[in-house]
Write a protein that binds this ligand. Structure first.
Ligand SMILES: CC(=O)N[C@H](C=O)[C@@H](O)[C@H](O)[C@H](O)CO
Ligand SMILES: CC(=O)C(=O)O
Length: 297
């Protein structure tokens, strides 16, 4: 299971703060059973960071994860192809285990072909690095079916190794799994309905809430593997209960980040504008809900 890391900032000025990264990795490995990390993605507020900041973070996460995480996947997608290529080259030099790329979303690709060409251009500057397409249509507004992105993709991108699928279209997802090659990973990213994706054959899970619910999610996944659907559902329903409570209160990245700070005790700092910090009372109430749903933590 892969945790998507939150950005780390200083509370005074929301400048990036790399001093907490080592502790963050130990927390994920020891307390949440997280074996891989996804850096500079949605949760990591990559689109609100500049290229220089993203390089510093990628370097520090790769360095501190050595010997503690199986894999560090660095997201390098940007609005600008040149920036994405610069970050892809940098990820290769930094020793990342793979890169992921989101569809640009200001000027959107108008077809699967345009999207595939963009992905190809990024991958070609780091040809030896395993490449993942990151599908998150609710955020990007790019709704190209992933199935159509995957068609003969290795002819275009020989380093292609899978998809991080954060969408709710389980038919598209199922077809991706069905089309996938043995050396690919088709990973699911909507934490609230992971169990449905496991039934469709998901090879793994990547998500923001695994930062603080990872230990429960690994139980959900083992229960599913052992055929214990009752137990798997019980855990999934608890996750849904927490997230639906949080959503009623206005769940966004600011709330999610504050919740992680409350549960873990780590100092993650505030989000960067345009995301605004979560009011303390709201974070405490959601954290209380978390502890009542998962009393063992
Ligand atoms: C939009 C977004 O941030 N999606 C995340 C992963 O990609 C998920 O992990 C969600 O944060 C999670 O499923 C809660 O809604
Ligand atoms: C949530 C997630 O997977 C990301 O941070 O991109």
């Amino acid at each position: 299971m892969c945790g998507s890391i939150f950005s780390l900032t200083f509370s005074q000025n929301s400048e990036i703060n790399i001093t907490e990264i080592g502790r963050y990795i130990d927390y994920l490995a020891e307390k949440q059973g997280i074996s891989s990390i996804f850096v500079n993605g949605t949760t990591g507020e990559s689109m609100s960071l500049n290229v220089a900041e993203r390089k510093i973070l990628a370097e520090e996460w790769c360095e501190k994860a050595k010997g503690k995480m199986d894999q560090v996947i660095v997201h390098v997608g940007c609005m600008c192809l040149k920036d994405s290529q610069e970050l892809a080259r940098h990820a290769a030099q930094t020793g990342a285990d793979g890169i992921a790329v989101i569809a640009p979303s200001f000027f959107k690709p108008n077809s699967a072909e345009a999207l595939r060409t963009f992905l190809h251009e990024v991958s070609s500057v780091a040809p030896t690095l395993p490449f993942y397409y990151y599908h998150i249509p609710a955020v990007t507004g790019v709704n190209v079916p992933v199935t159509s992105v995957l068609e003969n993709i290795e002819e275009l991108i020989p380093s292609f190794r899978g998809v991080k699928f954060t969408g709710i279209d389980l038919m598209d997802f199922g077809q991706c799994v069905s089309y996938s090659q043995p050396h690919w990973s088709v990973l699911y990213g909507v934490d609230e309905q992971l169990l449905a994706a496991l039934a469709m054959g998901a090879h793994g899970a990547v998500g923001s809430t695994y930062n603080y619910m990872g230990c429960h999610v690994s139980k959900l996944m083992s229960a599913f593997e052992n055929g214990d659907l009752i137990q798997a559902r019980t855990i999934q329903f608890k996750m849904q209960e927490l997230l639906s409570y949080a959503k009623k209160q206005g769940f966004d990245l600011g709330v999610n980040k504050q919740l992680m700070s409350e549960v873990s005790g780590l100092c993650l700092g505030p989000p960067r504008l345009p995301v605004v910090p979560c009011p303390t009372a709201r974070a405490l109430s959601i954290a209380q809900k978390y502890h009542s749903i998962f009393p063992e933590h």
